[in-house]
Structure formats: structure tokens, C-alpha cells
Design a protein around this ligand. Structure first.
Ligand code: SF4
Length: 464
């Protein structure tokens, strides 16, 4: 679960507590909620917005289910076993309903399992998929009115999930969803099914929120979307993604703009030009390849070939300032031959990613790849994953060694338990652990010189 920073509605809204809206606050009684989140950044941010909806209705967030009157479980189902995990967690919550608590399931698993959740766990009162979050305030109101079975499972909505208050987990870096759902149809992916079709948020609403965030002291914003660069402004301004990046960076007080996740097919030269022209746009692109074999990419319905993907990499590498590139790789997709896997390994050699997330393929419900022939045995998937990760470790070791002696500007995000130890992120999203004698650095930008490097970490010293 995300760490809860200790700040209240005043800090979130920039206004005195919403006394006209707040009602029924009674710590330990009805009016407290516990929200547990598993999954990607989109899920984390959805939970921040759900928390905002509840806070603005007068609920108080607590850190244990025992202290809560409303228990919510928000999880994704991209990886296997997520559904089983939810049901086992719901089993633990079963007796809590007898104590008068309301239990709800949110997110992709809620969308995927739908009303079956009520059959398997009758003590659940709320089932709401991520495409229906905009209706969450009404659903909470129905629960408060005593309705014991409330669902939100539509995926045909054209609305995005915007809230008046978002309880952000980090006081310096704010996530901001700019596009929800997905119109791509990757054969292994549940997102088009669970999150519905692509809906972009209006540019004026995004820019207004970024302005509010800057006024509240946030200096870094991360624009989110399953395919963030497919953004299409629904207003008459018709901003494209690169124009939006530049406009967000122009908001006074904003110092860093990140974005994730980009789809290779929609990664166009104007995005690189925007990064080149505006130093506030971070020099990091997460560009999932998924495989280095065109044959496997076709089976995955990824809409690009290996060669087309590599053209995008060359375009990014040719930028006038260095841009770090990270990726996602799936090994063991049905029909992936040893020669296909070798092409993925050679992609790593060719691109030399700064970091990667790698996964064994796992079939997901309601996806075309579920019924594809030539499944790869689990043991072989595990072997391929280990080989891939070894190769990447080697690449990262070399890349990290080359960074020793270099200095990075770091936004300080945390303090370690060890004395004088801090950590933060560079604009290229490298995490640096560093020593400093300073008393207070959280939320500030400091210069850190790298003194030591391992394959997965960088250590440094504060350059005063
Ligand atoms: S682009 Fe493909 S993998 Fe990404 S969310 Fe859309 S369907 Fe899923």
C-alpha cells in the first residue's frame, strides 16, 4: 500500500477544510475508510482520486481495516492470480462485514468478475470497474443510503474520472491522468475490456489542474495514460500530445513534466522535438517493445514491426540531448520460438535500455491470446526470463559504471533510516541514494554526484 503522507484537505485544495461538504466524520466509527491498492501507476492514481471523493464527503482515511467503516480493495488484473488474490483478501474481510463495515472491490478485477463477486463473496456491497469511477460519488451516496448491492460496470462511458479533490500520495510529484481506456487491441491485454475505450480529458481542465497543483507547491507532474501519447484533446483547441506537454511545462511553478506509458506506433517526431525544446520535459521515454520478434509482435497485435520500433529508438537517440529509454518485455508468448526469443535478446543489445520491466506471459480472461496454440511451458518461460534479466543486468552494470563521477539534479523524495542518507530521482528517472549532512531536503532539488554504482542502484554525495 502507498505510504500516506500527513497532510489534510487544506493542503490538497489550497482552501480551508470544506466544512460545508464534510459530514459525519467520526474516527473509528462510520465515516472512515481503508483503501488498499495493487497495480500500476494508473491504479495508484485512481485510488488517489477515490480517496479524494471520500475525503470530500467527510470520510477520514485510516491505515488499517479495523479502524475503517468502509474497506475498499483496488487491484489490476494485468497479471495472473490477481483475481485469486482479491478473493483471498476478501475472505479475510468476511467477518469485518459482521462488524457493520461496508466492503467494496474496485478496478480491473471488479470489471472482469462483475456481479460474480457478489455470488462468491456475498459480504461485498460495492463492485465498481475503473471505467465507471466517474459515477463513484453516486454509488457512495447509495451505500450511505443503505443500499447493499451497488455496481458500476459500464465500459461504454465517454466520461473521464475527474474529481474536485484528489488525495495525492506524494506532496511534491503529482500524477495526472490525461487519457483513460485504450483503443489498441493487444491480444494479451485486459485493458480495453476492463477500462473501456480511449477517452481524453479536456486540455483546459488538465491545465487548470496543473495550475492548481503548482499553486499548492507541486513541482513535478506525471501525465498518465495506458497510451498517453495517443492523447486527442476533445475541445475545439484540439491540442496534440506534444502541444499539451509544452503547455503543461509552461505553467509557472512546474519544474518537471513526465509522461507514461507511450505506445510506439503513436510516438511521433514532434514529441522528441518538444523534449528537445523544453528542458522541463524529462529526458526519459518508457517505450514498451514487448518482443524483439516481428512474428511475435504480429501475434500480440502490437501494430509495429521490430524495424519500425527500432526507427523510433533511432529518432529518440538522435535527440539533441540524451534521453533515457526504458521498456517492458514479455517472454514466453504462445508460439515464441527460441529464435524469436533470441531476437528479443538482440533487441536489448541493440537498444541498450536504461532499465526494463520483464514478465512471463500469463493468459488473461477475455483476451484473444487465451486460446492461442503453442503455449510455452512455465519452466521454459522461467528460463527465458532469467536469461533476459541477466543480459539486462550486464547492460545496466556497464551503463551505471559510466555514470560514476557525473552529477545529477535530484528531486529528494525520501530519507533513509540510516543517518544522513536520502534518495531521489533524476530527470531521467534514475533513483539515486546519497549522503548529505543537510538537516532537511525533502521536496527540494539538489545536485548529487555519483560515487558508486551497481547494476540496480546508484550511490552518491550531495554536491553543496
Ligand atoms: S496498448 Fe495494448 S498493452 Fe497497452 S493498454 Fe492498450 S491493449 Fe493493453
Amino acid at each position: 500500500m502507498s505510504k500516506l503522507f500527513d497532510f489534510g484537505l487544506e493542503r490538497l485544495t489550497g482552501q480551508p477544510a470544506l466544512s460545508g461538504v464534510v459530514k459525519g466524520v467520526a474516527a473509528g466509527g462510520r465515516g472512515t475508510f481503508f483503501l488498499e491498492t495493487f497495480g500500476c501507476q494508473m491504479n495508484d492514481h485512481d485510488s488517489e482520486k477515490v480517496a479524494g471523493v471520500l475525503l470530500s464527503r467527510g470520510y477520514v482515511q485510516v491505515e488499517t481495516p479495523e479502524a475503517a467503516s468502509l474497506i475498499l480493495y483496488n487491484t489490476c488484473s494485468i497479471r495472473e492470480k490477481a483475481a485469486q488474490k482479491v478473493f483471498s483478501r476478501l475472505g479475510e474481510y468476511r467477518e469485518k462485514q459482521d462488524e457493520g463495515k461496508i466492503i467494496g472491490v474496485l478496478g480491473c478485477v471488479a470489471q472482469q468478475e462483475g456481479e460474480d463477486i457478489f455470488a462468491r463473496a456475498p459480504w461485498v456491497s460495492l463492485v465498481c470497474g475503473s471505467a465507471s469511477y466517474s459515477k463513484l460519488p453516486q454509488m457512495i451516496a447509495e451505500l450511505e443510503a443503505g443500499n447493499h448491492r451497488v455496481t458500476g460496470l459500464d465500459t461504454d462511458t465517454d466520461e473521464t474520472f475527474e474529481t474536485e479533490v484528489t488525495r495525492r500520495d506524494n506532496p511534491w510529484r503529482a500524477y495526472l491522468t490525461i487519457i483513460e481506456g485504450c483503443d489498441k487491441a493487444c491480444s494479451y491485454c485486459v485493458v480495453p475490456y476492463t477500462r473501456g475505450p480511449e477517452r481524453s480529458r479536456a486540455s483546459d481542465s488538465i491545465l487548470r489542474e496543473v495550475g492548481q497543483l503548482a499553486d499548492l507547491g507541486y513541482s513535478e507532474v506525471q501525465l498518465l495514460g495506458q497510451t498517453v501519447n495517443s492523447y486527442a484533446d476533445p475541445t475545439p483547441r484540439r491540442m496534440c500530445f506534444s502541444e499539451l506537454l509544452l503547455a503543461v511545462a509552461d505553467v509557472p511553478g512546474i519544474r518537471r513534466v513526465r509522461f507514461t506509458t507511450s505506445h510506439p506506433s503513436d510516438f511521433t517526431p514532434d514529441i522528441v522535438e518538444a523534449i528537445e525544446s523544453q528542458p522541463k520535459i524529462c529526458d526519459h521515454v518508457h517505450l514498451p517493445a514487448q518482443s524483439g520478434s516481428t512474428k511475435v509482435l504480429r501475434a500480440m497485435q502490437r501494430t509495429y514491426s521490430r524495424e519500425e520500433y527500432l526507427e523510433k529508438i533511432v529518432m529518440i537517440r538522435n535527440a539533441s540531448r540524451p534521453i533515457d529509454i526504458t521498456t517492458d518485455i514479455i517472454v514466453g508468448f504462445p508460439g515464441e520460438m527460441e529464435s524469436d526469443f533470441e531476437q528479443t535478446l538482440s533487441l536489448l543489445d541493440e537498444v541498450r535500455y536504461d532499465s526494463l520491466f520483464s514478465f512471463k506471459y500469463s493468459p488473461r480472461p477475455n483476451t484473444p491470446s487465451l486460446v492461442m496454440p503453442d503455449a510455452i511451458p512455465e519452466e521454459e518461460k522461467g528460463r527465458r526470463l532469467a536469461v533476459l534479466q541477466d543480459k539486462q543486468r550486464e547492460i545496466q552494470s556497464r551503463k551505471h559504471e559510466a555514470l560514476v563521477g557525473k552529477t545529477f539534479e535530484v528531486l529528494v523524495n525520501g530519507k533513509s533510516r540510516r543517518e544522513n542518507q536520502w534518495f531521489g530521482y533524476s530527470t531521467s528517472h534514475r533513483m539515486l541514494n546519497f549522503t548529505s549532512q543537510a538537516q532537511e531536503l525533502l521536496g527540494t532539488y539538489v545536485q548529487v554526484r555519483v560515487t558508486r554504482a551497481g547494476p540496480n542502484n546508484l550511490m552518491g554525495e550531495h554536491n553543496v
